[in-house]
Design a protein around this ligand. Structure first.
Ligand code: TYM
Length: 343
């Protein structure tokens, strides 16, 4: 069975978008439009696995959809929608809850990190989270998923679920006239610089929506002065930049800032060190601040313009959901049939 080259990715509306979301995901959504069918989702059902104020959930949903468009995702070429408008996601995730094994889910490091000491008191949805994520992807038989490094384990689980489904229902899949596998073994697209952007204050932690220190995270809606200030105050060591990538080993903060520069300038860490090797932070940080402002400010301006027009955003999301459903429904019909549900 050959599968259409199709990309699916999603972002949770659970906080303000930050530079990690942009470099690890959104920025890479854009060129994939030239080579794949592309589906970009705002995963609002994932967001409510932890408490969300309903008004914030709405605001962040619009903000993420706006960020996709502002960064260069074309809502005509790509499908942009929010997950809860296509109920097949929930339906398939239930089936996957019955395919995935407890042991697989218990090994998920993000669940362990998020539940921490409090694992008895987190929602059941948080535990089942990766099964809904597998449903997002496989509902469209997506062959590639652009994400940051922190999502790699969830995508391994997606492959495990696909393999088990393909295996358990082999007979029914064949009877339906399918040659080979029903679900593709989805590829994780997570290469290049800045696949794990770190906190600007602590190079051992990833940049995240929920950092206590405001100086750790560059938000997509930060203004130019705030972006510059955060970069100039980023924690670093005292040494000059090395000329070779090997010289960044064990220099987590330096490696992070060089990676950010490389990603924002569409080059590599080698190229950045070729240009700045031997220079001190007094030269590199202002250059990085200027680059970040030049790249991010136009996106923030466009995001603000788009979110102000809720009517337009609603119609983009509704149109995207209609097009997503048109792909999902025949696949879901096959799945019901394969599983043995009578209709
Ligand atoms: P979320 O909302 O936490 O993050 C959205 C995307 O941003 C990437 N990312 C980062 N990349 C680099 N450095 C960072 N510091 C950083 N922080 C976040 C994430 O890797 C992700 O690509 N479970 C997913 C949402 C999801 C999804 C899906 C993704 C639900 N269904 C299906 C892909 C396909 C999540 O929580 O992402």
């Amino acid at each position: 069975m050959t599968f259409t080259p199709r990309v699916f990715s999603g972002i949770k509306p659970s906080g303000d978008l930050h530079l990690g979301n942009y470099l690890g995901a959104i920025r890479r959504f854009v060129p994939l439009q030239d080579t794949h069918e592309t589906i970009y989702c705002v995963v609002d059902m994932h967001a409510i696995t932890v408490w969300q104020e309903p008004e914030d959930l709405k605001r962040w949903t619009y903000e993420i959809a706006a960020a996709y468009i502002a960064a260069g995702v074309d809502p005509k070429r790509s499908i942009i929608f929010n997950q809860s408008q296509v109920m097949e996601h929930a339906e398939l995730s239930w089936i996957f809850n019955c395919v995935a094994r407890m042991g697989w889910m218990e090994r998920m490091t993000q669940f362990k990190d998020k539940s921490g000491e409090n694992s008895e008191n987190v929602s059941l949805g948080l535990f089942a989270y990766p099964s809904l994520m597998a449903a997002d992807i496989l509902l469209y038989k997506a062959t590639g998923v652009p994400v940051g490094e922190d999502q790699k384990q969830h995508l391994e689980l997606t492959r495990d679920i696909a393999k088990k489904f393909n295996h358990d229902f082999k007979k029914q899949i064949k009877a339906l006239g399918h040659k080979g596998d029903f679900f593709p073994i989805t590829e994780t697209l997570a290469t290049g610089p800045a696949m794990r952007v770190k906190s600007l204050k602590d190079g051992s932690k990833k940049m995240s929506k929920s950092d206590a220190s405001d100086l750790s995270t560059i938000y997509m809606m930060d203004d130019a002065d705030t972006i510059s200030k955060k970069i100039k105050r980023a924690t670093t060591d005292a040494d000059a930049l090395p000329s070779e990538v090997a010289g960044l080993a064990a220099r987590l903060e330096a490696e992070n800032l060089v990676g950010i520069y490389a990603a924002l300038s569409n080059t590599s860490a080698e190229d950045v060190l070729g240009q700045f090797g031997g220079q001190g932070w007094g030269v590199f940080k202002p250059a990085l601040a200027d680059l970040a402002v030049a790249r991010l400010s136009p996106i923030a301006d466009e995001m603000k313009r788009l979110v102000a027009d809720r009517g337009e955003m609603d119609s983009i999301l509704r149109d995207g959901a209609d097009r997503a459903r048109a792909i999902a429904q025949p696949i879901m019909a096959d799945i019901r049939n394969i599983v043995g549900f009578v209709r």
